[in-house]
Design a protein around this ligand. Structure first.
Ligand code: ZN
Length: 78
């Protein structure tokens, strides 16, 4: 099933993801989304992988089956 919406972006750069899409993808308040852009479009995906310590989705490293971000890994090392 494909969901299509037209949404206005507000002054702070926010958009609303419709309830239908959030329900379809099981996106809940507090979930992280991965946003990727190229020259023509923006892709938003539910972030399944996040740091076990800080919930960051950036610069993840898989260790013993768990994801750790580089920032937390550097903190662990020091
Ligand atoms: Zn982290």
């Amino acid at each position: 099933m494909i969901y299509t919406n037209f949404r206005e972006i507000d002054k702070a750069g926010r958009i609303v993801i419709s309830k239908d899409i959030r329900k379809h993808l099981n996106i809940n308040p507090g979930d992280y989304l991965h946003i990727e852009a190229n020259d023509e479009c923006i892709t938003i995906k539910k972030a399944e992988n996040k740091c076990v310590f800080c919930n960051s989705v950036d610069n993840l490293i898989l260790f013993e089956g768990k994801h750790i971000c580089k920032t937390c890994l550097d903190k662990l090392k020091s």
